[in-house]
Design a protein around this ligand. Structure first.
Ligand SMILES: *[C@@H]1O[C@H](CO)[C@@H](O)[C@H](O)[C@H]1NC(C)=O
Ligand SMILES: *[C@@H]1O[C@H](CO)[C@@H](O)[C@H](O)[C@H]1NC(C)=O
Ligand SMILES: *[C@@H]1O[C@H](CO)[C@@H](O)[C@H](O)[C@H]1NC(C)=O
Ligand SMILES: *[C@@H]1O[C@H](CO)[C@@H](O)[C@H](O)[C@H]1NC(C)=O
Ligand SMILES: *[C@@H]1O[C@H](CO)[C@@H](O)[C@H](O)[C@H]1NC(C)=O
Ligand SMILES: *[C@@H]1O[C@H](CO)[C@@H](O)[C@H](O)[C@H]1NC(C)=O
Ligand SMILES: *[C@@H]1O[C@H](CO)[C@@H](O)[C@H](O)[C@H]1NC(C)=O
Length: 913
């Protein structure tokens, strides 16, 4: 049965030659990213070789034992993988320097998840939490000359969770819902009983891939007498300066005494702020002690850190060095820190009428920030750290004018590299703790484990300028209050009590104690301080008048603005679409590429989603150019594009609705909306999901729309149910005075490029806010009595500088009709020129015969088969109302060469055919 493909591994263990002096210096041996481990099933029937960090699915595939788990229905075919116990093993030779050390530590930056770890057959510890680091001392006497062995014996996460659930149910006499995911998710049960990415047991956007393995690096660190453990800087504003407090945990050789020098250096330009602590240490019996080094940093010395769109995201390097006695450097840690203040404002919108609710918005460096962005699910369903993908996604967020990503509670704490890249990119992170859409146990072991996890992660991450806020969980409060689950012997009162024990009484104090540089919220959505005031669980957690909301509805017209709520802050809202054909075909059999195929339905994890996607989409596209026979490949080709347009316009409508409520209050107190984070940025597999970028890095139309609707200044139109057109100008620029003119061109689909009417209106806006520009009754000027009239016109809005009408102050906006008719005759667009500008940038020239709706530029499937690094156009999924237009084509990495025949262009009635 066993088919082992021979793999070429690059290096074996590289141990440095040493001399006497170096034995007193810092030494790190990376046991991952090089050394070859072996793995085997616990009964020995399957074996292979591995270079962690990674996971068992990737290792089995690399050894030719299974295929790619992301393909066809392998997520279900390979269920046995996560039901098997696995052993990972590394033999290594200890060099002389290591053998001569008095202080040796084995550091696991992460273990996924349940494992017993052995060193030379000595049991070291038992791991059961993916979100913990495990750092253990190794007694130098345990080291062998020559061969040493590290063995990690993993237990099946699926069986472990089931065992824990059974024991808990027996003990408490009730289930902790949800006991299992919905059937349609093909998932595993009881993720709430294992501290592991909750989505790894399946989600409505993703497969069940309960990874097992060493998903983060493993190191041996050794030193002379003392070694750094945790180095945790905290940056807090204090009057006219910032205080940097670096908490340092030190490991030392018990009962040894030595002169410790602890030195921090903050590098600012050519200089540094140095702080030193010298102290004679007598190492205690437990081999650990801690110190804090604090120093002030004057505001005049540094530049503040700003989120994307507000200034530079400036970070500074902070070095922390530990030296024992007077020898060379013993150990050093590097962190990047930024200086900024964060306030969460929650005052009453109307002091005289508290029942109108409270504001809910963040100020950074005293500037109110409208949070614009999306929700991030794990960067990958598999274990290997995906630095490239993380950078790609953060870059793509920035390109779409986002300033915030929500790191959602069903996933993972990400790698250090991820947070550093977010810091540098000015992308704020709304950071959930890792609990989502479930209730959780509250026994002693569980509470202890999650307390350690939260303590560790907050200490690890608090210095990152990008982290905006911690939130205790995703949707667990609203789940209880809206009765998501009913289980015997566990009523709502008891659920609420357990909820409070976990989040309010256990985790909140830990976060608030360790991190005073950002706010903490109990849940998302929640009512903010109103939730705290009522003891942690509000009657209506999804209130429009307090805190944040999540909003989904597939039974309303998502292109109609008046269907939406008017919240303070929207942290989730979205609608599905299908991924690009080229993406789907990388993962499923071509014969299965139709909408109602087993393969497509297998990947639709949203209950009722297959049907609602059809009804929602086709409600806006009359007589689409395909047979209604969903088994034809023509249907899915065209339908893919239509779902993507439906999604883009729905999210545009909703986002601009929220942005238009910036700085405006309804008479009942709703309004002052300050966040729009749509669900979801990315994908982990090819499937119908809510993402704006698919798993092959392809931008869906929504991502291009986001680039426009998240621009700092927008001109925004919407067609109300009364068939009137409303036009607002919205600005997030507190520092900008807009003296502009809004120019509206009204086009008839059937006519040429000449508008049938043009209207102009002056607009003035000082600072951030939203102003309505046109009076609602202007539309009746030309629609007459025809019921379908609004659908016959296309409106273009441009905001130009009053003193220079050539200067656009916002992206050009189009208001599409509510419904598209196939019988309209559209213009044709052609690519007439492709010019290379740089290795990664090309200019594409398009020519059109008359108005072209929803121009979609793409690369051919065959080009995309060889080039997977990602690309984007400066604009796409737009209305073309000009004879020619130039668009930039950007590649994430230089392609081998591009010619005009690698490009395609289509429009509403031709895409997907
Ligand atoms: C190391 O020792 C293990 C047994 O503990 C043995 O299986 C393995 O072959 C040895 N490796 C080397 C390189 O000697
Ligand atoms: C280790 O021992 C020292 C001295 O007895 C004590 O101050 C410290 O709190 C102990 N640390 C831990 C983690 O127990
Ligand atoms: C130092 O360690 C002690 C004992 O573990 C702990 O109570 C204290 O909070 C630690 N101080 C810092 C600054 O980490
Ligand atoms: C931002 O950084 C750029 C490049 O380093 C610099 O030229 C510019 O002055 C900075 N802007 C601000 C507002 O500090
Ligand atoms: C919920 O259960 C508890 C304990 O069994 C009981 O005291 C309480 O009355 C119940 N509450 C409701 C609303 O049924
Ligand atoms: C694709 O499906 C066809 C028809 O069911 C089958 O004959 C073929 O083997 C499949 N190909 C792959 C690669 O699974
Ligand atoms: C739908 O299309 C498929 C393949 O194109 C064909 O085999 C089937 O007969 C069609 N069904 C109907 C009801 O037209």
């Amino acid at each position: 049965m066993l088919k082992v493909k021979l793999i070429v591994f690059i290096v074996s263990l590289l141990f440095h030659a040493t001399n006497a002096l170096q034995t007193r210096q810092k030494h790190v041996i990376d046991l991952t990213a090089g050394p070859i481990w072996t793995f085997s099933s616990s009964n020995g029937s399957i074996t292979g070789r591995s270079i962690p960090p990674g996971d068992i699915y990737s290792d089995l595939a690399a050894n030719g034992i299974i295929n790619d788990v992301l393909k066809v229905d392998n997520d279900v075919a390979y269920r046995w993988v996560a039901q098997t116990d696995w052993i990972y093993k590394l033999d290594f030779e200890a060099n002389e320097a290591l053998r001569n050390s008095d202080l040796i530590r084995l550091d696991f930056d992460g273990i996924d998840t349940v494992a017993k770890v052995y060193f030379n057959d000595l049991h070291l510890f038992h791991a059961d939490n993916q979100f913990l680091e495990y750092k253990v001392r190794i007694d130098p006497r345990q080291l062998r000359q020559g061969n040493n062995t590290i063995k990690v014996k993993f237990a099946s996460p699926v069986k472990y969770a089931a065992k824990k659930r059974d024991a808990y149910t027996t003990l408490k006499g009730h289930l902790v819902p949800p006991d299992c995911p919905l059937e349609i998710q093909h998932g595993e049960c009881h993720p709430n009983f294992i501290r592991k990415s909750q989505a790894s047991f399946s989600w409505d956007w993703g497969p069940s891939i309960p990874t097992v393995g060493l998903f983060r690096p493993v190191y041996i660190r050794y030193a002379y007498k003392a070694l750094l453990n945790a180095v945790s800087p905290a940056v807090l504003p204090e009057g006219d300066h910032f205080k940097v407090a670096v908490d340092v945990d030190v490991d030392c050789t018990p009962f040894e005494s030595f002169l410790m020098t602890l030195k921090t250096q903050l590098f600012i330009g050519d200089t540094s702020i140095d702080t030193m602590l010298k102290e004679q240490i007598f190492c205690p019996a437990n081999g650990t002690f801690n110190r804090t080094i604090s120093f002030p940093v004057s505001r005049s010395k540094i530049s503040l850190w700003y989120p994307n769109g507000y200034g530079n995201a400036t970070v500074y390097l902070l070095s922390t060095k530990l030296t024992a006695d007077n020898y060379a450097i013993s150990d050093q840690r590097l962190n990047y820190i930024g200086f900024r203040t964060i306030e969460l404002i929650q005052d009453y919108v109307d002091q005289a009428h508290p029942s109108k609710g409270r504001n809910f918005y963040f100020k950074i460096n005293d500037i109110p920030i409208f949070l614009k962005g999306s929700n991030l699910i794990p960067v990958s369903a598999l274990g290997k750290p995906h630095f490239d993908d993380a950078h790609y996604l953060i870059d793509a967020a920035k390109l779409a004018n986002m300033n915030t990503l929500r790191l959602w509670g069903g996933g993972l704490f990400e790698t250090d590299d991820f947070y550093e890249y977010a810091d540098r990119s000015g992308i704020l992170l709304w950071h959930d703790l890792m609990f989502a859409c479930a209730l959780y146990p509250t026994d002693h072991h569980f509470l202890k484990s999650v307390s350690s996890e939260v303590e560790l992660q907050v200490k690890r991450l608090r210095h990152h300028a990008s982290i905006l806020v911690w939130a205790g969980n995703n949707e667990n409060e609203v789940a209880i209050q809206t009765n998501w689950w009913h289980v015997p012997h566990y009523n709502k009162t008891e659920m609420i009590e357990d909820y409070k024990v976990l989040y309010r009484d256990t985790l909140a104090p830990i976060v608030k104690d360790l991190d005073k540089s950002r706010p903490f919220l109990l849940s998302s959505p929640s009512n903010g301080i109103e939730t705290d005031a009522v003891g942690g669980v509000a009657d209506v957690p999804n209130s429009e008048k307090y805190g944040d909301i999540h909003y989904y509805n597939e039974f309303i017209d998502l292109w109609t603005e008046s269907n939406y709520e008017i919240p303070r802050c929207a942290t989730e809202f979205g609608v599905q679409s299908l991924p690009a054909r080229s993406t789907f075909l990388d993962y499923i059999n071509k014969t299965e590429y139709y909408y109602t195929s087993e393969a497509t339905l297998h990947r639709q994890h949203h209950a009722g989603g297959a049907a609602t996607l059809v009804s929602m989409t086709l409600s806006h596209f009359d007589n689409p150019p395909f047979s209604s026979n969903s088994t034809s490949s023509k249907f899915i080709g065209v339908f893919t594009y239509l779902t993507q347009l439906h999604q883009a316009i729905a999210i545009q409508t909703q986002t601009e609705h929220y942005r238009r409520w910036r700085g405006r209050l309804h008479a009942d107190g709703r309004g002052n909306t300050m966040c729009a984070l749509y669900w979801q940025l990315n994908d982990v597999w090819a499937a119908p999901t809510w993402s704006s970028i698919d798993v092959n890095r392809e931008w869906k139309p929504l991502h291009y729309y986001a680039r426009r609707f998240f621009a700092p200044v927008i001109v925004s139109m919407y067609l109300d149910t009364d068939d009137e057109l409303y036009i607002n100008v919205v600005s997030d620029r507190h520092d900008l005075v807009i003296k502009g003119i809004v120019i509206i061109d009204v086009y008839l689909w059937e006519a040429n490029f000449t508008p049938i009417a043009t209207l102009r209106e002056d607009v003035y806006l000082n600072g951030s806010g939203s102003v309505q520009v046109f009076s609602p009754d202007f539309f009746t000027m030309y629609t007459g009595e025809d019921d379908d009239a609004p659908n016959k016109y296309l409106h273009r809005a441009r905001l130009v500088d009053a003193n220079n009408e050539k200067k656009l102050l916002a992206p050009v906006a189009f208001q599409p009709p509510r419904k598209f008719f196939r019988q309209h005759i559209f213009g044709d667009a052609k690519i007439v020129k492709l010019e290379k500008r740089t290795n990664t940038k090309y200019t594409v020239t398009l020519a059109a015969t008359s108005i072209v709706p929803f121009v979609w530029l793409d690369l051919t499937d065959s080009f995309k088969k060889d080039y997977k690094a990602g690309f984007w156009f400066s604009d796409n999924a737009f209305m073309l109302v000009d004879e020619t237009i130039e668009v930039q084509l950007n590649f994430y990495q230089p392609p081998n060469g591009v010619s005009i025949t690698d490009l395609t262009v289509c429009r509403l009635d031709t895409c997907g055919l």
